[in-house]
Ligand binder design. Structure first.
Ligand SMILES: NC(=O)c1ccc[n+]([C@@H]2O[C@H](COP(=O)([O-])OP(=O)(O)OC[C@H]3O[C@@H](n4cnc5c(N)ncnc54)[C@H](O)[C@@H]3O)[C@@H](O)[C@H]2O)c1
Length: 297
């Protein structure tokens, strides 16, 4: 398989801009595409700022920052973005119909040898690959948020992904500075599956009155060396997001993923986490306090 030199990233939202950052820093010509012009502009600002922060932290030199910036161009249509790419990574919203639309366009307009990767957190790469004439060149590349700081890359082998495709993506991950793990396509891959189970068990313990939320979080952080407790994490991710992952894993992997009734009840109550001001913990006072401090200068 020819060496990968140009990477196109489809979708410049939270993940797409991070993947473009990692690609440019890794030395690849990078084409970032989004349907929304304003998103593309924000993404470029975000990349420039992230590069600046990396220089300030001593991770990159000023020259490396300039070189990375110079490697990035933008496009406003999938057809234009993919034409010269050796690898296309899609990071559009988590919707199978949309992903299939993108894969169909890629198959039509990209070079015959190009590899197509999806950054999906849960959907089937095999299903996306099935609409192309190159299922052996379709693969999952699951990055983590925020991409510049998170070191893991899960590479997902779909039913027909070839060894050469996996090897090419491992090399890309390595040049992007990521630690790569390879997983056969299955619901939740490695990380979402384990994390959902730990988070669900924490809710069950809370429900059973075994310990307070604060103590369960403290135990996981200080006793198990987790950087965040399961409740702090679910409040950040969103309880609704966690519930939908658990429902999917329950449907596909069985009884052990049945969502805790307490989690279901919190979601019904609108306690969705930090974004709602209240999840397992209450953030409303903190928000008022922050606003008060801002007002008083
Ligand atoms: N956010 C996370 O923490 C995270 C982590 C890992 C994986 N993922 C996965 O990454 C993917 C993207 O998630 P995100 O959080 O970056 O979403 P996002 O909503 O922040 O960004 C998606 C972008 O895609 C653009 N878009 C929509 N339709 C398009 C089209 N037809 N062509 C080009 N661009 C289009 C949107 O304008 C938007 O900017 C999803 O599959 C998600 O499951 C997300």
């Amino acid at each position: 398989m020819a060496e990968i030199q140009t990477i196109a990233v489809i979708g410049a939202g939270t993940m797409g801009r991070g993947i473009a950052y990692a690609a440019a820093v890794g030395g690849y010509r990078t084409i970032l595409e989004d349907v929304a012009a304003s998103v593309l502009e924000q993404a470029l600002d975000w990349i420039a700022q992230s590069l600046e922060e990396a220089v300030a932290r001593g991770k990159l030199t000023a020259e490396q920052k300039q070189q990375a910036l110079a490697r990035i161009t933008t496009a406003r249509a999938v057809e234009d973005a993919c034409r010269t790419a050796d690898l296309v990574i899609e990071a559009v919203p988590e919707d199978m119909e949309l992903k299939i639309e993108i894969f169909t366009l890629l198959d039509r307009f990209a070079r015959p040898g190009a590899i197509f990767a999806s950054n999906t957190s849960s959907l089937s790469i095999t299903e996306m690959a099935a609409v192309t004439c190159r299922p052996e060149r379709c693969v999952g590349m699951h990055f983590f948020n925020p991409v510049p700081k998170m070191r893991l890359l899960e590479i997902v082998r779909a039913l027909e992904t070839s060894d050469a495709t996996i090897a090419a993506c491992v090399e890309v991950g390595r040049r992007m500075g990521k630690e790569v793990v390879i997983v056969r396509e299955s619901p939740g891959f490695i990380t979402s599956r384990i994390n959902a189970l730990i988070g669900n068990e924490a809710f069950r313990m809370l429900e059973e009155g075994i310990a307070s939320a604060r103590d369960i979080d403290t135990a996981c952080k200080l006793g198990l060396n987790h950087p965040m407790g399961p409740f702090e994490l679910v409040d950040l991710v969103g309880l609704d997001v966690r519930l939908s992952i658990l429902e999917y894993l329950h449907k596909t992997l069985g009884e052990r993923f049945r969502p805790s009734p307490l989690l279901v009840q919190y979601v019904k109550a609108g306690r969705l986490g930090r974004k709602a001001g209240r999840g397992v913990y209450d953030y409303r006072d903190t928000a008022t306090e922050t606003a008060r401090k801002a007002e008083s200068g």
